[in-house]
Design a protein around this ligand. Sequence first.
Ligand SMILES: [Mg+2]
Length: 232
Amino acid sequence: MKHCGLFVTGTDTDVGKTAVAVAIVRQLVGAGIRVGVYKPVASGVVAGAVNDVDQLWEAADRPLSRERVCPQVFAAPIAPPRAARVAGSIVDERLLCDGFSPWRAASDVVVVEGAGGLFSPLGDTLLNVDLVADLGLPLVIVDAARLGAIGRTLATVQAARARGLSIAAVVLSHTQPLVGSLADPVSDAGIAHDSAGDLAARLAPLPVAVLAHGAALIEPQIDWLAIMEDRL
Ligand SMILES: [Mg+2]
């Protein structure tokens, strides 16, 4: 298989990117594919607590090494360049891109999870969107399906397209169990359901899918390999 991959980004921080990345990785691993996982920089990572780096590495069945998954890890739960400064350090911007190379060599598909939203800073000068452009990977845009999902998601999709980036799919990630019934448009469940339907209609033929809270599978299921091969 030719090299391909996906860059999982968000409309904002804390929208459920890691859960979506993990679901994609598990789906691909389940299909017998060698999946690499890369988080260019992570902040808010402290010993003993659940973090993105371990979750990605475990989902992919521990390829290469944990250090390769994320070569730049900082403890403070703030934007990476600020978190680096708190630690008396600086984000190595060249390494953000170079850290991807070992995965390219060792994997059929590499799933990258950005930090924060598409226009959030990764280093002193680079934003997530700049790294996406350098790596040339299609985007999976994640939003949390809270009230405002339509506006946040359309703004991110349009901004990505304005930068000439390719979008593989939009996934609404339920970061907590949804209260209420789908039939009640004012409930969390109704808002999430109606937002997904609205976005699917506005963005067609782009796939718009949902990852329910605690679910293993993104629904409807997306054929990631077919999408990536289309964009090579
Ligand atoms: Mg994450």
